[in-house]
Design a protein around this ligand. Structure first.
Ligand SMILES: [Zn+2]
Ligand SMILES: [Zn+2]
Length: 344
């Protein structure tokens, strides 16, 4: 069996692995689709040593083998990737901080005991049984492959300072920005603005329910001033993931407003502490998700409140994976979410 791994700067290799077998507490997933994430693109560009279990972490599939100690799942169950539930044993759990469980966190970043030597850009994958959740019966495998990034945005909005009626700005109209925009609407924002340089993505943002979508710069400043009587947005979600975007998110917020950091910038970001103090800005930041949030997010995709099909712009086989990464890394790609079908 071959799995695609990012092994260096702009380098992808198809590496041969033995057919996986489940650990006693593990399962084997036959991968249906695996999405390409911004993290994969960063890895491809930077070439920095990369945890192979994380390359390809947005997958859906079907269980084809079950470990001897697993009794809550069966062969043939359709599943999506998830973070493990809180363990109840680690120091954080014992301190009453189960939502900060160290075992759950390590699983979300692919550093748990049963972390595989490759990710979902492969026909089969062995993982801990705690790392899968049954797919909502209302979702296709194609929809289910986007549950992971949708749940990233769900967790961010759920833990942010959004209030009913707020004027909310989403910086960045990529897969995470467009998912965040939909959750912000579902959570009751009054007006939702997406700031995005790519015209096609701006169009998609409005088709998915944004009230406005604008190019960054002067046009954005004018629109937000108009909408807020010159005060600034109540809350700004940073989904660009580039260093400059941290300060620009705060610049768009009003005094007493909030910023939610979701995009992960490589390296440090320059900020103006004076502007943060003057605004008394409230900051939340968000990484990954909790086990229980996968079912919640899937339910709201299944009932139509969150749309994933329009985000999916193409599907490729493992042979087209590197070309897809290069295109997404180019900065001028017309793709939003590219899914890999490893059986193609
Ligand atoms: Zn991701
Ligand atoms: Zn724990």
């Amino acid at each position: 069996m071959h799995a695609a791994l990012i092994t260096g700067t702009e380098t992808v290799e198809l590496v041969e692995f033995p057919d996986p077998t489940p650990a006693p507490a593990g399962v084997v997933v036959d991968i249906a689709y695996c999405g390409i994430c911004g993290t994969d693109i960063h890895a491809y560009q930077s070439g920095r040593p990369y945890n192979p279990a994380i390359c390809g972490h947005e997958w859906s599939g079907t269980l084809s083998a079950i470990g001897a100690e697993v009794n809550s799942l069966s062969e043939g169950d359709r599943v999506v990737v998830a973070a493990a539930p809180a363990c109840g044993q680690c120091t954080a759990c014992r301190r009453g901080q189960a939502d900060r469980c160290q075992v759950s966190f390590l699983s979300a970043v692919g550093r748990d005991e049963l972390a595989p030597p490759h990710g979902g850009f492969a026909p089969r994958l062995a993982v801990a049984s705690s790392r899968v959740v049954r797919t909502d019966s209302g979702l296709t495998d194609l929809q289910a492959a986007q549950v992971e990034p949708i749940t990233v945005a769900f967790h961010a909005v759920r833990t942010s300072a959004l209030r009913l009626g707020d004027i909310a700005v989403i910086q960045g109209g990529g897969p995470i920005g467009l998912a965040t925009m939909q959750w912000v609407r579902a959570a009751g924002a009054g007006k939702v603005v997406v700031v995005e340089p790519n015209a096609q993505r701006r169009e998609l943002a409005c088709a998915l329910g944004a009230h406005h979508s604008v190019a960054p710069g002067e046009e954005t400043d004018t629109l937000i001033a108009e909408l807020t009587h010159g005060l600034g947005a109540d809350i700004v979600y940073e989904c660009v993931g580039r260093p400059f975007a941290v300060q620009s998110a705060v610049d768009l917020a009003r005094r007493g407003g909030a910023m939610c950091l979701i995009g992960l910038a490589e390296g440090d970001a320059p900020i103006s502490p004076g502007a943060w103090l003057v605004k008394e800005i409230a900051v939340t930041s968000s990484l990954a998700y909790l086990h229980e949030e996968f079912e919640m997010a899937m339910g709201m995709i299944a009932d139509g409140r969150i749309q994933v099909e329009p985000l999916h712009t193409s599907t490729t086989g493992l042979d087209g994976f590197e070309a897809a990464l290069a295109d997404l890394a180019s900065g001028t790609s017309e793709q939003v979410k590219v899914l890999v079908d490893p059986n193609r």
